[in-house]
Design a protein around this ligand. Structure first.
Ligand SMILES: *Cc1c(COP(=O)(O)O)cnc(C)c1O
Length: 509
């Protein structure tokens, strides 16, 4: 934190002079709380601006210390990532130049479009997806992996995986309208005939269905579709066929890296075949799971990705760029045929692109956009494939260390709730006391477990040694650790966490 404050000080010194003279010069402040209390006692916009100095001092001395530093190596809540130094510098530049990344125009936009295309190509490269570049034609011969007309991906930045999932669902619906129902939904409006079939999906899949007017109830979950039991792709096939018989079109939303456990579908190729045979659209939500493809140790988990029509990937999670950043990855031929009809925003003062790459504002949700590709480019350029492989490997090794320790060394204190730890997530609970174990399953037991779990989590987090977040796994209240920060290492961060976990679970309450 201290280092970050120093950097903030540096940033502050580079800021342009304040436009208004400060109304007062305050040099001394009370303790952190007092500063915040003062703000709370005087809510609302000040009638006269307080000036840059006072504001920056408040920011540095009172506000930032009160904000959880979730960029640290032992913040295991959510899948929070962090911010690499290269991405942080780039992100500051983005704020300073304040580019509106709305158009695609390599020559006129002095670097922005070129960097965006380079960054997106690097992202496709990182995930081992075949791609041509949508950069200037003269560079287009440089190919990442051998792309064919069929399998050729492009990527764009979004505000995160939620936005990418909304885009995936919108694209899937439009595609099904055109290819399965002969209706252009972007023009005619939606007839309610699409169902979303999914497996162990992230909550944002239902959110996307709600935003788009498909409806949460039209999301059909096939439990563990292809996830753990060999051969239960058949369940999936039956559901798809049943929906087709009922006259529906099927949009498949496949979870690639389940958020509580990090588990993957066992047979994505088979699922993709079933989609193809039933004219279904396949979107893969690989928010963080897609990063398994960065390492030869884990890439076997994430095979078959290239069979998707479109893909969600996160930026602010495992890529470790600042919030907010996600990626929407799509087959290039969908850009003009599917994305533009949905997302184009034509106005007289905005140029159109009938040929050549589409403008970002015409193929994504926002018109005005932050130049999110710059931190992405900077971090991939600075650390390379090798650097990212190391981050992924070390984060997964940390998760496995935690998993093995709980399972093999301290099963008397903790119970891990999954059989495997395939990637970077561990879901666990305190070992049940014999008396709890004996309780009949039901509401009363769940309540006790919930309370115990919340208490343990509170104690753990209050130590300040590490931070975890709560979850419920197969009905059981649990604690979840997702290791996703570039600085986390087994060497530096395991012993203190092990000792703390041992102490906190040994306390009798
Ligand atoms: C985190 C996550 C999301 C939502 O992403 P945001 O970046 O928080 O919008 C969606 N799907 C999966 C699998 C995720 O892990």
């Amino acid at each position: 934190m201290e280092q970050r404050l120093d950097s903030l000080e540096t940033a502050r010194q580079t800021l342009p002079p304040q436009p208004f003279p400060p109304t007062e010069k305050v040099t001394e402040y009370g303790p952190t709380d007092a500063g915040l209390v003062e703000l709370l006692l005087n809510p609302g916009i000040p009638s006269e601006g307080r000036g840059l100095d006072k504001t920056v001092d408040l920011l540095l001395q009172h506000i930032s210390p009160a904000i959880a530093d979730s960029a640290g190596p032992r913040y295991f809540g959510l899948v929070v990532g962090g911010a690499t130094p290269a991405s942080l510098v780039a992100d500051w530049i983005v704020s300073v130049v304040d580019q509106n990344a709305i158009l695609h125009s390599p020559r006129a936009m002095s670097g922005y479009s070129v960097i965006k295309d380079l960054a997106m190509r690097m992202i496709l490269d990182l995930f081992m997806l075949p791609a041509t570049m949508n950069i200037l034609d003269e560079f287009a011969q440089h190919r990442v992996l051998q792309a064919s007309d069929d399998i050729d991906f492009r990527a764009l930045t979004t505000t995160g995986s939620t936005a990418s999932n909304v885009m995936g669902m919108a694209a899937g619906r439009q595609w099904l309208g055109i290819h399965d129902r002969r209706i252009d939904y972007s023009q005619e409006g939606y007839d309610g005939q699409v169902v979303v079939v999914t497996n162990m999906a992230h909550a944002t899949v239902w959110k996307a269905a709600s935003i788009l007017g498909i409806g949460r109830k039209q999301v059909v979950e096939v439990p563990k579709m292809g996830m753990d039991i060999e051969g239960n792709e058949t369940d999936f096939e039956n559901v798809v066929k049943e929906q087709k018989r009922a006259g529906k079109s099927v949009l498949v939303f496949l979870s690639f890296g389940e958020v509580n456990t990090g588990i993957f579908p066992r047979n994505t190729y088979r699922i993709a075949d079933i989609c193809e045979n039933n004219n279904a659209y396949l979107h893969i939500d690989g928010a963080f799971g897609i990063y398994a493809r960065c390492s030869p140790k884990y890439s076997h988990l994430a095979v078959g990705l290239e069979r998707a029509h479109s893909i969600t990937a996160c930026g602010h999670k495992w890529l470790n760029v600042p919030y907010d950043c996600g990626f929407f990855i799509y087959r290039s031929h969908l850009e003009k045929s599917i994305l533009e009809p949905i997302f184009s925003s034509s106005a007289a003062y905005l140029p159109s692109t009938d040929s050549g790459p589409s403008h970002p504002m015409n193929i994504s949700i926002e018109n005005s956009q932050r130049f999110r590709a710059l931190p992405v480019w900077a971090t991939l350029y600075a650390y390379g494939r090798d650097g990212y492989q190391k981050i992924i490997d070390e984060n997964c090794r940390y998760a496995k260390t935690l998993f093995d320790w709980m399972r093999n060394e301290r099963p008397d204190l903790y119970t891990v709730l999954t059989e495997e730890c395939p990637l970077n997530i561990v879901v666990f609970a305190q070992k049940l006391t014999p008396e709890l174990e004996g309780m009949p399953e039901g509401e009363a037991k769940t309540q006790v477990l919930s309370k115990r779990n919340a208490e343990l989590l509170k104690r753990i987090n209050e130590t300040g040694v590490a931070y975890f977040s709560p979850t419920v796994w197969e009905g059981r209240p649990a604690i979840r650790a997702a290791i996703s920060n570039w600085r986390t290492t087994v060497e530096a961060d395991w012993e203190p966490v092990r000792t703390m976990l041992e102490q906190q679970a040994s306390i009798n309450v």
